[in-house]
Design a binder for this molecule. Structure first.
Ligand code: MRU
Length: 338
């Protein structure tokens, strides 16, 4: 299975191994890696070979499948213990995107199903991962349909990081309404800030949009205020890694400052995300765990050191308060923050 969107497939499963597009090598090389263990998958998630909240969820589900296949010849109790350990391993990869925990929770529930045969359990685990994968593809299409109407006939959009097809197994979240608008004949153009430190905007979103014939202009992160003030930008659309009950939203670090800039310049600021990104166990953004990553990501650009040996602080995400958000484009329609 796998939704072939444009010319690439972010993830696919052939019954034995999981094939993933290595996003660390884009845009220079389109390389696919074959993963055969849960540890391989944990490394791929942690190393951003696969990234973006929805794709992290689908990848983790297939990580559990790889674990089940590896341990399938064992006694049922040992099998369950080994797979549970791998679920813990996968859960420890990235703390912010709730989709990881949403998918792993669903996979763990399968282990609890009343069956005395490992063979049956493995079949159920594979079916569940394929279902999560299929649902992800469908939720992207639904977000595209929900959000298309907010895009003007000649719309100029600013997005951030990559919340497109590369961040999911379908057509993306923040970029899905843009693809749908293009299909309907609208002329959409996009600004994308480069998104330091790992440049998902410049490397991934620019590659993805230009491959799909959508005009895209890269700007420096520091040029966002200038562009919002001086150029025609109709709206911002970003993705989400986790949304608290009150609508506060965690997304790639820099999203919060983009939202403040959008508000100052009276530009609507939309968040596109599936309902599975809404964490009903968390009241406000203050409770969302924020991943901090290696200082080398900031200190270096393409393996070249660009800073002196002083401390580096590298949060991967930040939280945008609900008051800064115009609305949520979800797979179940548009929701306004209350
Ligand atoms: O660190 P990343 O590349 O996984 O961060 C990705 C983002 O912040 C995306 O905007 C978010 O996951 C939404 S993806 C549809």
């Amino acid at each position: 299975m796998g939704d072939k969107f444009m010319n690439f497939t972010t993830i696919s499963f052939d019954g034995k191994t999981v094939k993933v597009l290595d996003q660390t090598r884009l845009p220079h090389e389109e390389t696919y890696l074959s993963l055969s263990t849960a540890q391989d998958m944990a490394n791929a998630i942690k190393g951003l070979i696969v990234r973006g909240a929805p794709l992290i969820g689908v990848s983790a589900a297939y990580g559990v499948v790889l674990s089940a296949l590896m341990h399938r010849r064992k006694d049922i109790n040992i099998f369950k213990n080994n797979v549970l350990n791998d679920i813990k391993l996968l859960a420890g990869t990235r703390p912010t995107a709730v989709n990881l925990f949403y998918a792993l929770d669903k996979m763990e529930k399968v282990l609890g199903l009343d069956t005395s045969s490992v063979h049956n359990l493995v079949g159920l685990i594979i079916d569940k991962a394929k279902k999560i994968h299929k649902e992800d593809i469908q939720m992207c299409k639904n977000i595209g349909d929900s959000g298309e109407s907010i895009i003007p006939e000649s719309g100029v959009i600013m997005t951030y990081c990559n919340a497109g097809a590369l961040a999911t197994s379908g057509m993306g979240t923040a970029l899905a309404p843009i693809y749908r608008a293009k299909e309907k004949g609208k002329k959409v153009t996009v600004y994308v800030p480069e998104t330091r430190p790992l440049l998902q905007g410049a490397r991934l979103t620019a590659w993805e949009l230009s491959n799909n014939d959508i005009p895209v202009t890269i700007i420096c992160d520091s040029a966002r205020g200038y562009v919002l003030k001086k150029k025609k930008v109709d709206l911002c659309i970003v993705g989400a890694d986790r949304i608290a009950k009150n609508g506060d939203t965690a997304n790639k670090v820099g999203t919060y400052s983009l939202a403040v800039l959008a508000k100052t310049n009276n530009i609507p600021f939309w968040v596109a995300a599936p309902k599975s990104s809404f964490d009903k166990t968390i009241e406000t953004g203050r409770d969302i765990p924020i991943e901090e990553r290696d200082e080398a990501e900031v200190r270096n650009i393409s393996d070249k050191t660009i800073a002196p040996d002083v401390p580096v602080f590298n949060p991967a995400f930040d939280v945008t308060e609900a008051t800064l958000i115009t609305g949520f484009i979800t797979d179940e329609g548009i929701i306004k923050p209350s």
